[in-house]
Design a protein around this ligand. Structure first.
Ligand SMILES: [Zn+2]
Length: 183
């Protein structure tokens, strides 16, 4: 099973995960400009009727493609409980304890009932206990301190969050684009 291939634009910015079959098509169309990863996957194509040789294609784990793919700049990644909990490393942003995802909840910093939005900047991971204690209040009203300011992940961070099988070279590449966390 070949993992997803990390697609870059021709300037080297990460764009998307693609299936190896899609990557193979891009190689066949000579759209792959260069490769950045260390891994290569050999896939076998059809047998040539004339020579009897089986065609082979080597697919890189990270490929830069010359096409019109957008970088999705400015558009926020989809906010789901899974991506939210991953952004916060399964830590409750109030008590700081780590929980399994089943024990975590999505907390609206400014409660939805008070006009708080469901955007990344207003949502944090909270354990059930802290979420109940905070209730329908802001952190200030509840006397609870947020451990980190919620933020919208950039595309590299989103690509890290959205794939559970990332190869070491792909992860290293993406981490170089991830926002430097404030100490
Ligand atoms: Zn908590």
């Amino acid at each position: 099973m070949i993992p997803s291939i990390l697609k870059l634009d021709k300037g080297g910015m990460p764009v998307a995960w693609i299936r190896w079959q899609t990557a193979a098509t891009l190689y066949a169309r000579k759209r792959v400009c260069w490769e950045a990863g260390e891994e290569r996957f050999v896939v076998r194509g059809g047998t040539c009727a004339r020579t009897g040789r089986v065609s082979e294609l080597r697919i890189g784990s990270i490929i830069a493609v010359a096409d019109r793919s957008r970088r999705f700049e400015g558009s926020a990644p989809l906010l789901t409980n899974r991506t939210l909990f991953q952004r916060d490393h399964n830590l409750c942003m109030y008590c700081g304890n780590q929980f399994s995802p089943g024990l975590l909840t999505r907390d609206h910093v400014v409660p939805a009932s008070r006009g708080g939005s469901s955007a990344w900047e207003n949502c944090v991971t909270a354990c059930r206990h802290c979420n109940q204690r905070k209730d329908d209040r802001t952190p200030e009203e509840a006397g609870m301190k947020l451990l980190a300011i919620p933020y919208t992940p950039n595309l590299a961070e989103y690509l890290i969050l959205s794939n559970r099988r990332i190869m070491a070279d792909q992860m290293e590449f993406l981490l170089s684009f991830a926002r430097k966390k404030a100490a």
